[in-house]
Design a protein. Structure first.
Length: 317
């Protein structure tokens, strides 16, 4: 579906993408992870030509979108994009935001565009907000409107550029839930994300970007559970510490019900432990240190600490 060969892109003489190669098949869910500044968003923006590559080729369904006479409008109709900062039209209500591109770019009648917009707003759980203005919505609601707007164009591929990075942590889940539903529906998705637990759960394949390239490419089990290359191992280890802190704080905030850890939280913690186990003694030591710090700082208490010990030993079913 998408074939990327030797993609290059520089800004002010600094090479961001040096030699990116990737193959994306129809129906795949690709998560793109890696440190900040390694070209993840630039890669995504090159795919639909919001950025012009300096070299290499991008072939989408047999069409080289880097060719001088490429029909970019046609390519972009196939490839929807959801931005981290929503990019909604502030002067239009929610319904108008989802209708606009249908009418202006596809020539759909207003009645047909309205019907489709309402259907999509229902799909993302926002039909009751159809007449609200963007400023009246939460960040999570704005991002769900942006997803509905992208879907209104009937894309074959959806690109997500860090769709939760601008959200309050309490709103992340509602957006990830919608993206998960789209993945289950068989759409081809490419997602730049720092939500590693989500990426591990949803993806068919994970691209780890570093050094201006796709540094490592594999299944979630391979990249998160048994990374092959040193920078991947180091990144997964560092990121797992950060995500562990978030999970523990969520437990502290009330995800524990009736004195027990639910299955979802247990699985999240097991995933984290699996990531640490793959990343060597340094990260395992960091993991233990983090647990000790959480206990001493009061983020978790003795009771929760015992529950975590049960989880890590497989005691929670």
């Amino acid at each position: 579906m998408i074939s990327v060969r030797h993609l290059r892109k520089s800004f002010n003489g600094v090479a961001v993408l040096k030699d990116v190669n990737a193959e994306i098949e129809k129906g795949e869910v690709i998560s793109i992870i890696g440190p900040s500044g390694t070209g993840k968003s630039t890669f995504l923006r090159c795919l639909n030509r919001l950025e012009t590559p300096d070299g290499g080729s991008i072939v989408v369904d047999g069409v080289d979108v880097t060719a001088p006479k490429a029909d970019l409008a046609s390519v972009r109709r196939k490839m929807g994009m959801v931005f981290q900062n929503f990019n909604l039209f502030g002067n239009l209500d929610v319904l108008g935001n989802v209708m606009a591109a249908q009418c202006d770019l596809l020539g759909v009648s207003k009645d047909a565009a309205k019907a489709k917009a309402l259907e999509l707003l229902g799909r993302v759980g926002l039909k009751d907000k159809a007449n609200a203005l963007p400023d009246e919505l939460s960040g999570g609601q704005k991002q769900r409107v942006a997803i509905a707007r992208a879907l209104a164009m009937d894309p074959e591929i959806l690109l997500f550029d860090e769709p939760t990075s601008a959200l309050d942590p309490t709103m992340v889940g509602e957006v990830l839930s919608v993206i998960g539903d789209l993945a289950s529906a068989g759409l081809t998705l490419m997602i730049v994300t720092h939500e590693l637990l989500f990426a591990r759960e949803i993806s068919t394949r994970v691209l780890y970007m570093d050094e201006g390239t796709v540094y490592e490419d594999g299944t979630p089990e391979e990249v998160f559970g048994a990374p092959r290359r040193p920078k991947t191992k180091a990144f997964i280890g560092r990121a797992s510490v950060h995500q562990l802190q978030g999970v523990l704080r969520a437990l502290r905030a009330g995800i524990l019900e009736d004195g027990r850890v639910d299955r979802q939280e247990a699985e999240m913690l097991r995933c984290l432990v699996g990531s640490f186990a793959a990343c060597g003694n340094e990260q395992i030591g960091q993991f233990r240190t983090t647990l000790d710090e959480m206990l001493s700082d009061g983020v978790i208490d003795e009771h929760e600490s015992r529950q975590l010990a049960e989880i890590l030993s497989g005691g929670v079913k």
